[in-house]
Design a protein around this ligand. Structure first.
Ligand SMILES: [Zn+2]
Length: 725
C-alpha cells in the first residue's frame, strides 16, 4: 500500500475526546453506571377548558424527588406556553425576509400582524404548608426558590395555579398544540400539550437543563406518575394520555359496551363514537362541564385532545404480554381514510417497535387527526393528513400513514428512551425515523421507505451551510433539520445494520441500547458506546465521519488494470509483445480506458532463498504458478474524493454476464485516507467494474464509480431525475 501524500486526518482515531468521558453514572460500555441517578416528578392536575374564551386553567401539585447526590436550593420549571407571549424574546417568528409577492399568511408568520394573546398567568405557587414561594420567570423557564435546600434522597411537594390562552394553530410556525377552528359547524378541536408547568430535568451531564424553548429543540422531561382531571364541555369527547378512570360518568352505556367489545376485538376496529353521533354532537353545543379522570404511570409528559367533533374507533392489539388499546379520534373531515387507516397504522407501529426494542408498556396508544404536523406525547399523538372532497392521493395517504407510525413510534424514542430533545434532536428523531422506515418497509412494502440513496441530494449540499448531525437542536436550519436530524441518522443506522455490522448483531445491539436506557436519559456517547460494545465493531471512524462532520461518501474508481502471468509455454509471441509494451512504458503513460487492449503480462520470478530468512521450508512454486495460471489479475485503484471513509463494495460484471461482489471494510483507509490499491484474482474475464452498485453508502457521485467509465447518463442521474418529478 502506498503511503499517503496529503495530511493525515486521523479518521480512525478514537472519538473519546469528542464525547463525554465515562464515569460512575455512565460506563465506558455505554450503559447506565452503578451510581446512575435520575430525578422524578409526580403530578396531580385539575384542568378546565373554557371553550367560549379558549382558555385553559389548572391547579397542580408536583411531588419532586431529589435522587441526585446534590443539595438543590431552587427548582427550574418549564413554561413553554410563554414562547408566544407578547414582549418575550421571540425565537420563532423571525425566519426570513420580505418578498415582492407574499401571502397574508406569510406576512402573519413574519410579523404577527394579527396579534393574539399567549403565555401563562401564574396565579400562585405555594409550598406544602400553603406558604407562597418566591419565583423568577425568565421567558420559558421559571426558577422557584426553596426556603431550605432539598437534600439528596428528599422529596417535596408544592402547588401552582395557572391559566393561559390556547392559541390558534394557524397563527404561527411549528404549532405543536393549540386549537383548530372549523367555521362550517362552528366547532373547535383542541390539541392540548406542554400545557401545565413541568419540572425541568436535573441530571449528571447538564445540571439543570434550563435552556429556553426556541421551538425547534423540543423537550427534556422527568418521569413520574400522573393523576389528571380534565373538565370540558359535556358533549366533548376527550382523548388523553393515561387510563380513563371514570368511564361510567363520562361515556354513555352504549359507548362503554362498544369499548368492552373493542377490548376483545383484535382483527378490526370497533366504532365507539360513530360519524352520525359525532355529527349530532357538533350541533349540541352545551356549556355544562364534565370531568374526565385519568391516571398514567411512569410517563414523562401528559397531553390530551378534546372536541365535540370527534369520531372514535378502537381495537385491541395483543403484544407478547401487554394488551394495548389502539385508538383513533378524528373529525368527520378525516373520513374516510382515517377510519380505514389510522388505527391500523397504530397497530403496525406497536408491533414492529415492540419487537425491535422492548414491549410497549402502556394501556393505550392513540392517534388524533389534525390539519397538519405530526406531534408525539406519551400514549397519544397528533397526526396531520385529511382527504380533499373525500379523496386522498396515494402520496398523501402514504405520508399520513408514515406520520402516524412515526408519532406512535416516538413512544419509544424519546418518551421512554428519554433523550434530551432540546439538545439533541437527532437522538429521538433519527432513531425513531429509522424504526419508522423499517415499519413502513415491513408493513407497507408498496410505499417508498427511506434508503441510503435518499440522503444523496442533502449530502451534496453546500458545505458552508451543512451542519453535522452532532449539532444542537436549535442551531439547525428549518429547511435542513428534516434531512439532518431525521434522514441522515436513519441512513447511518441502515448502513450499520445492512452493510457494516450485519442485521442480526446490529438488531441485538440496538435492542440493547433501548433496554439499557428505557425510562432513563441517554446521551449521544451512550448510544455510540453501546453500539460498539455490543457488536465488537470499532465504529469510531463511522461516528466521527457520519455524525461529527459534513463530509460525504464519494469514492472514485480511478483505475482498473488487467494482468495475466507470463507463461513460457503459452502464446509466446503474444505474451512477449505485451510484456515488451509494459517494459518500454508504452501504454502505461496513457491509462487504458477499458479492457479492450487485453491484459498486460507480469513475469513471476522464483523467490530467492534470502527472502525466506530463517525459514527452511519453501513456498510451493509450482502450486502457486498453477493457481494463477490463465487467471485474471485486476489491480483496482480507488480514490476517496468525498472524505468519508466507508467500506467499498466492488461489483464485477463478467464477460459471460454473471456478477460477483467483494466488500472491502472501511479499515482499508486506515493507512492511506485518500487512495488505496487492491489486487484481485479472478477466474473469469471482467467486462465492467462498479463501486457501491446498490447505493448502500449514499455515494454522491455515481459517475466516477465505474470502469470503463460511464459516459451516458448514469444510474444516479436517472435517480435524481426521478426524485425531481
Ligand atoms: Zn418525530
Amino acid at each position: 500500500m502506498q503511503s499517503q501524500t496529503q495530511p493525515w486526518q486521523g479518521k480512525f482515531e478514537p472519538i473519546d475526546n469528542m464525547i463525554a468521558p465515562p464515569n460512575s453514572y455512565r460506563t465506558a460500555s455505554g450503559a447506565p453506571g452503578k451510581a446512575y441517578w435520575q430525578q422524578r416528578a409526580d403530578y396531580k392536575i385539575k384542568a378546565t377548558l373554557d371553550e367560549k374564551n379558549n382558555i385553559l386553567s389548572g391547579e397542580e401539585t408536583i411531588t419532586y424527588h431529589n435522587n441526585s447526590p446534590d443539595d438543590l436550593s431552587y427548582l427550574w420549571i418549564q413554561l413553554e406556553q410563554n414562547v408566544n407571549k407578547k414582549g418575550n424574546p421571540d425565537f420563532g417568528d423571525a425566519f426570513g425576509g420580505v418578498r415582492d409577492n407574499m401571502t397574508t399568511k406569510q406576512m402573519q408568520s413574519l410579523t404577527r400582524a394579527i396579534d393574539f394573546p399567549a403565555g401563562y398567568t401564574i396565579k400562585y405557587i405555594k409550598d406544602a404548608y400553603g406558604n407562597s414561594m418566591k419565583a423568577f420567570v425568565n421567558n420559558t423557564m421559571m426558577k422557584v426558590m426553596l426556603n431550605k435546600p432539598l437534600k439528596p434522597g428528599e422529596s417535596m411537594n408544592f402547588s401552582l395555579a395557572w391559566s393561559y390562552p390556547i392559541t390558534d394553530r394557524s397563527m404561527f410556525l411549528l404549532s405543536r398544540e393549540g386549537y383548530e377552528y372549523f367555521p362550517e359547524d362552528d366547532n373547535t378541536v383542541y390539541l392540548i400539550a406542554h400545557w401545565f408547568p413541568r419540572m425541568a430535568v436535573y441530571n449528571d451531564t447538564e445540571g439543570w437543563q434550563n435552556q429556553q424553548f426556541q421551538r425547534l429543540g423540543e423537550f427534556a422531561l422527568e418521569f413520574g406518575d400522573y393523576e389528571v382531571e380534565i373538565s370540558v364541555p359535556e358533549d366533548h369527547i376527550v382523548a388523553s394520555t393515561g387510563r380513563l378512570q371514570n368511564s361510567e360518568s363520562v361515556l354513555t352505556k352504549t359507548q362503554r359496551q362498544r369499548l368492552a367489545q373493542a377490548e376483545n376485538t383484535f382483527d378490526k376496529t370497533v366504532m365507539i363514537v360513530t360519524e352520525d353521533e359525532a355529527r349530532a354532537n357538533e350541533k349540541s353545543k352545551t356549556t355544562q362541564l364534565k370531568t374526565w379522570k385519568y391516571t398514567a404511570k411512569n410517563v414523562r409528559d401528559f397531553a390530551f385532545a378534546s372536541s365535540r367533533k370527534f369520531i372514535w374507533d378502537a381495537q385491541a392489539v395483543q403484544l407478547e404480554t401487554n394488551k394495548v388499546m389502539a385508538m383513533s379520534f378524528y373529525p368527520k373531515e378525516g373520513l374516510p381514510v382515517w377510519s380505514e387507516e389510522s388505527t391500523k397504522a397504530v397497530k403496525a407501529a406497536l408491533e414492529v417497535y415492540s419487537e425491535a426494542t422492548f414491549e410497549y408498556p402502556y394501556p393505550v396508544a392513540i392517534s388524533v387527526n389534525t390539519s397538519n404536523i405530526g406531534m408525539e406525547f406519551p400514549m397519544i399523538s397528533f397526526n396531520g393528513g385529511r382527504p380533499r372532497n373525500g379523496k386522498m392521493s396515494d402520496n398523501a395517504k402514504s405520508g399520513m400513514i408514515g406520520t402516524i407510525i412515526h408519532e406512535v413510534g416516538h413512544n419509544w424514542f424519546p418518551m421512554i428512551v428519554s433523550s434530551d430533545e432540546r439538545k439533541w434532536m437527532w437522538m429521538d428523531e433519527g432513531l425513531n425515523t429509522f424504526l419508522h422506515q423499517r415499519t413502513v418497509a415491513e408493513r407497507y412494502p408498496e410505499f417508498h421507505s427511506t434508503e441510503p440513496k435518499d440522503i444523496v441530494p442533502f449530502m451534496q449540499g453546500d458545505k458552508n451551510i451543512l451542519r453535522p448531525i452532532m449539532t444542537t437542536s436549535d442551531s439547525e436550519l428549518l429547511t435542513q433539520f428534516g434531512a439532518n436530524f431525521y434522514q441522515k441518522p436513519t441512513v447511518g443506522l441502515q448502513m450499520l445494520r445492512n452493510s457494516i455490522i450485519g442485521e442480526e448483531l446490529f438488531d441485538q445491539a440496538f435492542k440493547e441500547y433501548a433496554n439499557r436506557w428505557k425510562y432513563k436519559h441517554p446521551n449521544p456517547g451512550d448510544l455510540f458506546r453501546t453500539l460498539e460494545d455490543a457488536t465488537a465493531t470499532d465504529l469510531d471512524w463511522f461516528f466521527r465521519g457520519w455524525f461529527f462532520t459534513t463530509d460525504n461518501v464519494d469514492m472514485e474508481l480511478t483505475d482498473v488494470k488487467w494482468y495475466k502471468v507470463y507463461e513460457e509455454d503459452l502464446n509466446i509471441e503474444d505474451q512477449q509483445k505485451k510484456v515488451k509494451i509494459a517494459a518500454t512504458g508504452e501504454g502505461t503513460e496513457q491509462k487504458a480506458k477499458d479492457f479492450s487492449s487485453g491484459p498486460d503480462m507480469i513475469k513471476l520470478s522464483e523467490t530467492p532463498d534470502q527472502a525466506y530468512g530463517q525459514f527452511l521450508s519453501r513456498l510451493d512454486e509450482d502450486a502457486l504458478r498453477k493457481q494463477v495460471s490463465g487467471k485474471n489479475i485486476y489491480e483496482v485503484t480507488i480514490k476517496n474524493v468525498g472524505g468519508l471513509v466507508m467500506p467499498v463494495k466492488i461489483e464485477w460484471i463478467y464477460k459471460d454476464g454473471t456478477k460477483e461482489t467483494d466488500m472491502l471494510p472501511a479499515d482499508i483507509w486506515r493507512r492511506n485516507e485518500y487512495e488505496i490499491t487492491k489486487t484481485f484474482l479472478k477466474d473469469k474475464e471482467v467486462e465492467k467494474v462498479n463501486l457501491d452498485p446498490n447505493f448502500e453508502f449514499a455515494d454522491t457521485d455515481m459517475a466516477n464509480n465505474s470502469f470503463p467509465k460511464v459516459e451516458e447518463s448514469s444510474q444516479f442521474d436517472e435517480f435524481k431525475e426521478e426524485k425531481q418529478n
